[in-house]
Design a protein around this ligand. Sequence first.
Ligand SMILES: [Zn+2]
Length: 65
Amino acid sequence: MTMVGATCTGCGTTNVIGATAAYMHGMGTVIRCPSCDTALIRVAQVRGHYLLDMRGVRVLQIKEG
Ligand SMILES: [Zn+2]
């Protein structure tokens, strides 16, 4: 299972995000920091492409295992 951690630009908290959460919900998904409500990742679906707006993420950690 791949674990994804995103460090929030707002408060510096690292939040674990389910690897599939970012792209399973389709259009208009916003993943927010549970600590300060900063929008970490916005997901938009445009003509079959998923666009990840990750301006709220300072560091993205991807861990396999
Ligand atoms: Zn935060």
